[in-house]
Write a protein that binds this ligand. Structure first.
Ligand SMILES: *Cc1c(COP(=O)(O)O)cnc(C)c1O
Length: 503
């Protein structure tokens, strides 16, 4: 009896899902975050802590007694915020954006609140059905051909990230091919991208058991603006066939990570078709802006691809994670990825009238991600989303214009979207150096970028494109306005002046 009483007492001390506590504490966290957004510009954009900073600040083990939320939030402010790199800052121009929004956040909140595990239709019909509907909506906004939509025999699914989306498509293509040529030939399969393709492809090939010698990163050139040339792909494929290998998969990119280069889909898909390979189009960053008619031409040719993906968590106002993937032949995904254990058996699945998204992805359990997209689309509307994305492109154009007025700087590759790749030109530096002009220029730009980022005023990252070190100015944070861009340019100039005077 005593034991049971202790048990009862313990259960009364915490109330993990008490509605009143939830309401009160939930409001506190929202207030905390609203204050955070209001003050986000006061923090250095790139976190300035040293490795291991947090262990010095936090206790060695978890508390035995409950602590009040007020105190926990004080510690978030004191100990966590300094270790945050502020992706939501209007002065954040690094990597690609992680564009938050109120609608995206609220959708995430609803999804987390319901906390359903929507692996199959039965486990929460709304989770599956809303996802299919929202993916069709988005597909129409992008003017994807009907074959990618459910009504056309294809369909869309929300994956966590592009890495997962590419892995799923590689695995689908692999199994489709091995069925034809025999499992024992897996070592002959070849996967193609360019030297600008995201490392996600290499990782996918590795996990999918593709022979590491059969991963081709076809060279790109400045003359082709670092896009993958169809002729270079063709000759690589022909050499592989000559060597007795089997071409399997091409990942073409719209908006590469380093320089936002664009692979021309029409000629590449033609080559793909000719050799019977699966063509995936990765538009992780740039896909969003293709909802604007004036950018849609970048997707021309997608009608001949097998799958297409973009990250709504990059530049589409949805919180991480939210990668939108469409395939023409969901059956290929399902064949490669489905299992049907007894404990998941149900009438709806057996009726074959429903989508069971567990068979379209790696994991079984899955989040109700479509709610955040639904909220974003409904709260803002397609017209406003287009306008907002255009405003980012215009800010990047403005930055480009500022660069053009300072002859010490140059834009290194043509800007396609809202990312500008630039540097201090070689003419100004590298005098009296033992190393080559190019090396000196690269070193100088790298030093300049580090000094800018150390200041905490803005944050940019770099890329090396065709041997040239560039600073990347990626516009897309939701709070960024044009005056932030003007100010960012001043910061760049100030740091350049200081470094040039020193050298
Ligand atoms: C960001 C990016 C990826 C990786 O996206 P994840 O969602 O982090 O896996 C892949 N491809 C391109 C072109 C990207 O820009």
């Amino acid at each position: 009896m005593e034991g049971i009483q202790v048990q009862k007492h313990e259960n009364e001390t915490i109330k993990p899902l008490d509605p009143e506590e939830f309401r009160k504490q939930g409001h506190m966290v929202i207030d905390f975050l609203a204050d955070y957004y209001e003050n986000v510009e006061k923090y250095p954009v790139r976190s300035q802590v040293q490795p291991g900073y947090l262990r010095q600040r936090l206790p060695e083990s978890a508390p035995c007694e409950p602590e009040p939320l007020e105190e926990i939030l004080r510690d978030v402010q004191k100990d966590i915020v300094p270790g945050i790199t502020h992706w939501q800052s209007p002065n954040y121009f690094a990597y690609f954006p992680s564009s938050g929004s109120t609608a995206g956040f609220l959708g995430e909140m609803l999804s987390t609140g319901f906390n359903v595990v929507g692996f199959n239709w039965m486990s929460s019909p709304a989770a599956t059905e809303l996802e299919s509907i929202v993916m069709d909506w988005l597909g129409k906004m992008l003017k994807l051909p009907n074959e990618f939509l459910f009504s056309g025999g294809g369909g869309g699914v929300l994956q966590g990230t592009t890495c997962e989306a590419i892995l799923c498509t590689v695995v689908a293509a692999r199994d489709q091919m091995l069925k034809k040529i025999g499992r024992e030939n897996i070592n002959k399969l070849v996967v193609y991208g360019s030297d600008q393709t995201h490392s996600a492809l290499q990782k996918a090939a590795q996990i999918a058991g593709i022979n590491p010698n059969n991963f081709r990163a076809v060279s790109t050139t400045k003359a082709d603006a670092f896009g993958l040339a169809a002729e270079a792909l063709r000759s690589t494929i022909e050499a592989d066939i000559e060597a007795g290998l089997v071409p399997l998969f091409l990942c073409a990119t719209i908006g590469t990570t380093s320089s936002t280069a664009v692979d021309a889909l029409n000629p590449l898909c033609e080559v793909g078709k000719e050799f019977g390979i699966w063509v995936h189009v990765d538009a992780a960053y740039a896909g969003s802006v293709c909802i604007c008619p004036e950018f849609r031409h970048f997707l021309d040719g997608v009608e001949n691809a097998d799958s297409f993906s973009f990250n709504a968590h990059k530049w589409f106002f949805s919180t991480l994670d939210c990668c939108c993937l469409w395939v023409k032949n969901p059956g290929a995904l399902v064949k490669a990825l489905s299992t049907y254990p007894e404990y998941l058996r149900n009438k709806a699945s057996e009726s074959k009238q429903v989508v069971d998204y567990k068979d379209w992805q790696i994991t079984l359990s899955r989040r109700f991600r479509s709610l955040k997209l639904w909220l974003v689309l409904r709260s803002y509307g397609v017209d406003n989303l287009r306008k907002f994305l255009r405003s980012h492109v215009n800010m990047a154009k403005n930055f480009e214009g500022l660069i053009a007025m300072d002859k010490r700087f140059e834009v290194v590759v043509p800007r396609n979207f809202s990312t500008v790749c630039f540097r201090i030109s070689p003419i100004e530096i590298g005098k009296n150096q033992i190393i080559t002009m190019e090396e000196a220029t690269n070193n100088f730009n790298s030093k300049l970028l580090e000094s800018i980022n150390e200041s905490g005023k803005i944050y940019m990252t770099h890329a090396v494109i065709g041997g040239v070190y560039v600073m990347r100015f990626a516009v897309g944070a939701s709070l960024t306005e044009n005056w932030h861009v003007n100010l960012a340019w001043k910061v760049v100039q100030e740091h350049a002046n200081a470094l040039l005077n020193m050298s």
